[in-house]
Design a protein around this ligand. Structure first.
Ligand SMILES: C[S@@+](CC[C@H](N)C(=O)[O-])C[C@H]1O[C@@H](n2cnc3c(N)ncnc32)[C@H](O)[C@@H]1O
Length: 208
């Protein structure tokens, strides 16, 4: 009998990987994940690289779920903008187990002592910025999951043009990793920075 384990690996550092997650990864027959997450897999284990090939990997999971223990690694928490949603939508509850992890958003809030039970969370992955103003108007705090195009300064630039200048912004980069950075600023300074936004970024927008 096999099972599919969807494992949240935390924000990046091994220190945030749960002992239970480590145990399951060690016992798995196959480990699936993005390149940086496969470093959590012990050497010599069968691995499958997850890189844009979501449909093929989903087919593999469906085909192999009954005779293999499959560990699917996702970053942060499986419950926050992850591949988990697609897997659980095609499997029966008895065929999978979700192991929670610490979301990048949770660590970001922890770094500044901010609660996150009242956060509006949005992902701008491959999305345009339409609708962002509406979210900001309706909420005190908005946490944005940025991507390579929608960087913190790209978003700030958009908001400055819409005259949303009375906002405080905090950008969180590469949390828990050696290159971690936290930049507290105002919209126009962030919009005008010439910084290269390498790696993974979150942007918290707060009403002052
Ligand atoms: C596909 S989403 C996955 C989110 C993940 N499930 C979580 O709970 O953190 C990937 C995005 O999460 C954010 N992210 C993930 N890890 C991060 C980190 N260590 N530091 C800052 N942002 C991070 C970035 O916005 C990145 O583009």
């Amino acid at each position: 009998m096999g099972k599919v384990y969807i494992i949240g690996t935390g924000p990046g550092s091994k220190d945030y990987l749960l002992p239970l997650a480590k145990k399951i990864i060690k016992k798995a027959d196959v480990v699936i994940g993005a390149p940086r997450l496969l470093s959590f897999s012990p050497k010599g284990k069968q691995t499958i690289l997850l890189k844009g090939n979501y449909s093929q990997v989903l087919d593999y999971i469906k085909k192999s779920k009954n005779n293999k223990n499959i560990a699917v690694l996702v970053s942060g928490s499986p419950g926050v903008f992850s591949f988990s949603r697609r897997i659980t939508s095609v499997l029966k509850p008895s065929e999978y187990e979700v192991i929670p992890g610490i979301s990048a958003l949770e660590l970001a809030c922890a770094r500044i002592g901010e609660a996150w039970d009242d956060l509006c969370i949005i992902s701008l992955h491959a999305k345009n910025l339409q609708g962002l103003i509406k979210k900001i108007t309706a909420n005190e705090k908005v946490m944005i999951f940025c991507d390579n195009k929608n960087t913190p300064s790209y978003v700030a630039n958009y908001l400055v043009k819409k005259e949303e200048s009375k906002l405080k912004v905090i950008a969180f980069g590469n949390l828990s990793m050696q290159s971690e950075e936290i930049i507290e600023s105002d919209l126009s300074s962030l919009a005008n920075t010439k910084k290269r936004w390498e790696g993974l970024w979150l942007l918290l927008i707060k009403k002052k």
